[in-house]
Design a protein around this ligand. Structure first.
Ligand SMILES: [Zn+2]
Length: 434
């Protein structure tokens, strides 16, 4: 029944598809998935045409339902019909992280977001982390996009995968049977990796997904004997810069190809490497990318709940525009200078990653900026800019996370250097993964 409906909808006028997919949300997921698959076969000019069409719809939506843009368009005396193509985006100013923080509640659409909206935070490195809201449509799109981009690596994600890098408290691993996903707790990567290797040998899922640094730590427990038994076909690397040497190491240890992925909580774009490994294809339906002094500036084409137009990310990228040997015309990101691997090593060898620490920072309202600096395992200098003089609560929170496994020196400061801010600078961590 669902298959029949899918086929009918894929060939129906857009209005009919819209009405039916509202009644049956899972069909909206199917439509997103098929639209993205179809976009793989488009030429450059067809992609431009499709993105222009989607952009016009987004601009109309913003002008009607999003208070921040309503006011902006009014102030600039801009009418939605002035936007005919992506080039017209230049009529709008570029926005950055501080603009989003300042205006976050006005950037949320007033239009009904469907079932209960989900609030997510970007990986905050200061007390001011970005808050993002997504409704049902965005969640369905995201699920469809994850499936489509895994297809590009030759993986049917619905058949199961392993995921590294989500906070699980003190659980070593968690099996989500419905989603066929086994989550490995990154905190134990340096001490309990053999448990994860055994899980992989028993389960034989074809795909593992995680930060390059986490995959590195897990690879320490993989030797020649068990490498052959893992049965992996793809390692999808996310969220951190991936060096050539680390890619080679992951390929060798896990016995599979590496596919790099680029994405962000802000949902302005995403990109995935294909089987030709010549860069990451920018997903045409997800967002449109411009560059300002090589820095990625993205405009969402599908996040209607909290749309960001011309959002400057801070990531330096290189784009190539010719046809890929895989047959796709979509532009590719070939080089990215984004986030370095950021984690701390404790006295007992445990790994504490970015998210565990940024959660702590976000939940403490006294912290304006916080930075962790480590010269040797088990010892950390915590540099803080605070709203008051109370260090005791922060020390208490840190001891709650690390128990007695890390020694802290706290330093109050107002200066964090002029270069790009880095939340965690750990010499022993960097030395390990080079
Ligand atoms: Zn390709």
């Amino acid at each position: 029944m669902r298959n029949k409906l899918k086929t009918i909808l894929a060939h129906s006028p857009k209005q009919i598809s819209k009405v039916v997919s509202k009644i049956r949300p899972e069909l909206q997921y199917d439509l997103f998935y098929y639209d993205m698959k179809k976009s793989d076969g488009l030429t450059s000019s067809q992609i431009d045409e499709l993105q222009d069409k989607k952009l016009k719809a987004m601009i109309v939506h913003c002008s009607k339902h999003v208070p921040y843009y309503k006011k902006l368009f009014n102030d600039l005396n801009l009418k939605p019909h002035k936007f005919r193509s992506k080039e017209d985006l230049e009529l709008l100013p570029i926005m950055d992280r501080s603009d989003v923080i300042k205006n976050s509640k006005y950037l949320i659409s007033k239009k009904n977001l469907g079932s209960k909206p989900i609030i997510r935070y970007s990986s905050g490195t200061t007390g001011n982390s970005l808050k993002f809201v997504s409704g049902q449509t965005e969640r369905l799109f995201e699920a469809a996009r994850i499936r489509k981009q895994a297809d590009m690596a030759g993986i049917d994600i619905r058949k199961g995968h392993y995921r590294l890098g989500l906070h699980l408290g003190d659980k070593i691993q968690k099996h989500d049977v419905a989603r066929k996903t086994i989550f490995f707790n990154t905190k134990f990567l340096a001490t309990k990796s053999s448990i994860y290797v055994n899980s992989m040998i028993n389960k034989k899922y074809k795909c593992i997904k995680g930060y390059p640094s986490h995959l590195y730590f897990l690879s320490e427990a993989i030797n020649e004997d068990n490498s052959l038994n893992l049965g992996l076909r793809a390692a999808i690397t996310v969220s951190e810069n991936l060096s050539d040497s680390l890619r080679k190491r992951i390929e060798k240890k896990y016995g599979c190809q590496v596919f790099n992925h680029y994405g962000m909580t802000e949902q302005v774009t995403s990109a995935m490497e294909c089987q030709s490994h010549g860069g990451m294809h920018i997903e045409p339906l997800h967002g449109f990318i411009e560059q300002e002094s090589e820095i990625l500036v993205g405009t969402t084409l599908m996040n209607f709940s909290m749309p960001l137009l011309r959002y400057k990310t801070g990531d330096k990228i290189k784009i190539i525009k010719n046809k890929c040997s895989c047959g796709r015309y979509s532009n590719r990101i070939t080089k990215i200078n984004g986030r370095e691997a950021e984690f701390l090593l404790s006295k007992s060898g445990k790994i504490y990653d970015f998210f565990i620490l940024s959660n702590m920072v976000r939940n403490n309202k006294n912290i304006i900026i916080c930075q962790f600096i480590q010269d040797e395992p088990g010892y950390v200098l915590v540099r803080l800019k605070l709203t008051n003089n109370k260090l005791s609560k922060i020390r208490h929170n840190l001891n709650g996370i690390f128990k007695n496994d890390m020694h802290f020196i706290m330093e109050k400061t107002n200066t964090f250097g002029k270069d790009k801010f880095q939340f965690i600078i750990s010499k022993p961590a960097q030395k390990l993964i080079k």
